[in-house]
Design a binder for this molecule. Structure first.
Ligand code: ZN
Ligand code: ZN
Length: 365
């Protein structure tokens, strides 16, 4: 069973692309924010010799790859855990995905849906190649993308820049709908959440504001990794553990700024496990796992949350149970893709707090 939980960020930029911090500044900000794993993802450049442990923070390398011949440069892909430039594959997303897999990395579609902020010279840069196969998952919540969607006029933008947590609410509904559509079709698609940290400065008339400091973003939307062993102090071993955990979907997306999500749990227990069947199906599943309904055609989903919240259980994208409290148990006898969303009131509004990865409940063989 899961004994170790790590807070992680898989999307961040440095001075090597369009960020404003050096690697060591970004690492310091991550440590101050309590991050335990981070992956650098500068645009279209692999920066060597930056992986290692810094106190309790493991820094790893990745790249955000996109085709620079496109205007605007849409379809960004996070190639995590790779060890070289992948620019020769930028124009061919399927070849890029295949190469990331071949290198033992994990690949995520970054900010799948995006909205333009034309007043601020920001074009729309969504993903446009939905026919691709073999990628690990989707970045379902990108803090900066959501923020950008509020930049619809100057007064509103200035207000949002100073009070971002009054605006940030949840992943885009179209992203969640796309994710459900893909998993309903039988694919395992892992969700992560990312800061997309740049710490860029935006100017709005007389107001200039750094949007947002790294430390702030690293405390906001994060991904929690669930492991049954602690991360090794040996960097190549720890890197493999992180990538294996991501590919397995043993993780959830959390908006920790409005409340610490550590300890959130979503599991499935097959009823056969409580009976004596010599050939019992897989007994217990966690987020990212597949489990079959078994001989009794029944299993129990258990959710526990570290603080009171509105817990929603979804099957194939439709809500099947809601509970306000700290736990929810639900017996299911229908196959489907089950996932959890938790909401919490922050600054007078319900906001997304936890988005689990799915448990894939398959029909009995
Ligand atoms: Zn991007
Ligand atoms: Zn980015």
């Amino acid at each position: 069973m899961i004994k170790y939980e790590y807070t992680a960020n898989f999307h961040q930029h440095t001075v090597y692309s369009d960020g404003t911090g050096t690697h060591s500044e970004v690492i310091r900000a991550g440590r101050e924010a309590g991050l335990q794993v981070m992956v650098f993802t500068d645009h279209n450049i692999f920066v060597p010799d930056k992986e290692g442990w810094h106190g309790d923070l493991l820094a790893l390398m990745g790249i955000e790859v996109n085709d620079t011949q496109q205007h605007p440069e849409h379809s960004h892909f996070l190639a995590l855990g790779v060890d070289r430039d992948l620019n020769e594959y930028a124009a061919d997303p399927q070849a890029l995905i295949n190469k990331v897999n071949q290198l033992g990395g994990a690949g995520f579609i970054a900010h799948p849906f995006e909205h333009a902020a034309p007043r601020f010279g920001e074009g729309e840069i969504p993903w446009k190649h939905w026919d691709v196969q073999g990628y690990t998952g989707l970045e379902i919540w990108n803090y900066m993308s959501e923020f950008k969607s509020f930049l619809t006029g100057k007064p509103r933008a200035a207000y949002a820049a100073f009070f971002p947590d009054r605006f940030i609410t949840a992943p885009f509904p179209e992203t969640l709908a796309k994710w459900d559509e893909l998993t309903r079709a039988g694919r395992k698609i892992v969700a992560i959440g990312g800061a997309d940290a740049h710490a860029q400065t935006y100017s709005m008339g007389p107001i200039t504001r750094k949007i947002f400091p790294y430390r702030y973003l690293f405390s906001a939307v994060r991904t929690h990794l669930l492991l049954d062993e602690p991360l090794s102090r040996d960097v190549p071993t720890a890197k493999k553990q992180v990538l294996d955990t991501l590919r397995a979907g043993h993780c959830f997306v959390a908006y920790d700024l409005i409340g610490d999500t550590t300890g959130f749990s979503f599991t499935a227990q097959n009823a056969d496990d409580q009976m004596i069947f010599s050939d019992a199906a897989t007994a217990v599943a966690i987020q990212g796992d597949e489990i079959t309904l078994g001989k009794l055609n029944m299993l129990t989903l258990s959710i526990t949350v570290p603080a009171r919240a509105e817990i929603r259980l979804l099957r194939d994208g439709e809500i099947v149970a809601t509970e306000r409290g700290q736990s929810l148990q639900f017996v299911v006898s229908k196959p489907g893709v089950y996932r959890v969303e938790c909401y919490k009131v922050h600054k007078t509004k319900w906001r997304g707090w936890i988005f689990s990865n799915p448990i894939y409940v398959r029909a009995a063989a």
